[in-house]
Write a protein that binds this ligand. Structure first.
Ligand code: ZN
Length: 294
């Protein structure tokens, strides 16, 4: 099968006059994989692992989809199988991973594609920054495979990484299937691809931090005011009154149906409490609660 020829015929060209590099007539740029690893690490530190994973999967998908568009537009009509196998060749040519196809089964509506990812830069960089993990981490590669195969096959295809060097396996390996034939756990990956853009991810994160910050400020204020209440030697009524009004919650202190102190912030809470106590009889002798609906 002449799959490599699809990719390597117009491999990399460097124009010294314009300083532009092209691959398959598409402009590309060269980056250090170590620098990509630092970017990846910073995304995880900034966004948290789950959000960073989603971002990297979507980035990989965009790269794979773009690669597929390039292949589809610049090659003469080839068989579907050849086009599908050109993806791993192109991915390999980019220097991020060596893809070795293992099994490809395809008909009009079903695709199954498995293979190996060797020398994955993602696994290497993840290990470099985080050491070994208990999950597969080659998210950009998963996204690339999913985006490429979906574009070429014309139906949703999801790739997941089964084995990963970062979790101690000898090599990384993947299985890609048409979405409807994926196990539920892998179909759930769809949520990453349908998630928000990075800008929205950052907005959500900022809002969460802002809420946390407001809660911390409010919590500090309550603590300070509560300390003052205690220092001023206020009584129980005033103390729980302060807490109830601050938290906007009714507070009742009772001992086996005997109300010791209470502060209700609304009539509804008061009615609910007395209605509730009316429905219970307490057995003083063994302190058990006997539910008795009147
Ligand atoms: Zn991996």
């Amino acid at each position: 099968m002449n799959t490599h020829q699809l990719v390597f015929d117009n491999m990399v060209r460097i124009n010294p006059q314009t300083a532009m590099i092209t691959m398959n007539e598409e402009r590309v740029a060269m980056f250090s994989v170590e620098a990509l690893g630092v970017l990846r690490r910073d995304l995880i530190s900034t966004l948290g692992k789950e959000r960073a994973k989603g971002f990297l999967l979507r980035y990989g998908w965009a790269c794979g989809e773009k690669a597929a568009e390039s292949i589809l537009s610049k090659t003469n009509r080839k068989s579907l199988e050849e086009l599908l196998l050109a993806g791993p060749s192109l991915h390999t040519a980019q220097g991020l991973v060596k893809v070795e196809a293992d099994r490809l089964e395809v008909d009009d509506s079903t695709l199954y594609f498995s293979g190996y990812w060797k020398n994955s830069f993602e696994a290497e960089e993840h290990q470099h920054h985080y050491g070994s993990t208990n999950e597969a981490v080659c998210w950009i590669l998963e996204g690339f495979a999913s985006g490429y195969l979906t574009k070429v096959f014309g139906k949703d295809v999801l790739a997941h990484e089964e084995k990963c060097v970062a979790k101690g396996d000898a090599h990384c390996s993947f299985i890609a299937k048409t979405k409807e034939h994926c196990e539920k756990v892998h179909q759930a990956y769809d949520r990453y691809y349908k998630a928000d853009s990075l800008a929205n991810e950052l907005d959500h994160l900022y809002n969460e931090l802002e809420t946390m910050n407001q809660n911390i400020i409010a919590s500090d204020k309550i603590q300070e005011e509560l300390t003052n209440v205690f220092l001023e030697d206020k009584g129980l009524t005033e103390t729980i009154g302060f807490i109830a009004n601050t938290l906007k919650r009714s507070i009742i202190i009772d001992y086996y149906k005997k109300e010791i102190e209470s502060v209700f912030v609304c009539e509804e809470h008061k009615d609910a409490y007395y209605n509730w106590t009316d429905k219970f009889n307490y057995l003083e002798e063994d302190k058990k609660i006997s539910k008795h609906i009147k």
